[in-house]
Design a protein around this ligand. Structure first.
Ligand SMILES: [Zn+2]
Length: 154
């Protein structure tokens, strides 16, 4: 069987753009300034959304009821990155899919607070279901990166 060959080209893109956040995501982001991770709840299916959304994509109900979580979550999935990438931490670093509280959705963020000196050991240090908590920046502006990273709960 012949091995297929493909052309490869390198492109460099630099995109600067603004995004209209809408009322729900604006409220969610503003709460981050106060070290609060909010969620909003669907009145029909009762699912909690973290980060907040304007409507439930299953029921199409508007999400007007807000809840304040304690900020802790569990790691649902993660990946270890060994390559440098623009606007990301120095490798190796870990990107986690984190479920905050009893949310029906997850958020993506860094997982830190672990010894990454031996990169090959990282996957053994992070477990699915591991409880994590946010480590906040001293000065917050209302942005998901007001959370430096999530660390394992001691
Ligand atoms: Zn719903």
């Amino acid at each position: 069987m012949e091995t297929p060959s493909f052309m490869s080209k390198q492109y460099n893109m630099h995109l600067d753009f603004s995004l209209a956040l809408g009322a729900s995501f604006t409220k969610w982001m503003q709460a981050l300034k106060e070290k609060k991770i909010l969620g909003n709840t669907c009145p029909k299916c009762k699912r909690v959304f973290v980060p907040a959304k304007p409507f439930c994509e299953i029921c199409f109900e508007e999400l007007k009821d807000w809840v304040e979580t304690d900020g802790t979550g569990v790691v649902e999935s993660f990946t270890v990155t060994y390559q440098k990438f623009r606007n990301c931490p120095e490798p190796p670093y870990v990107v986690g899919i984190i479920r905050i509280g009893n949310a029906g959705t997850c958020m993506t963020h860094w997982i830190g607070g672990l010894d990454y000196k031996h990169p090959d050991e990282i996957p053994e240090k992070i477990k699915i279901g591991m409880k994590v908590e946010p480590v906040w920046k001293e000065e917050r502006v209302g942005d998901p990166l007001d959370i430096l990273y999530f660390k394992p709960v001691a």
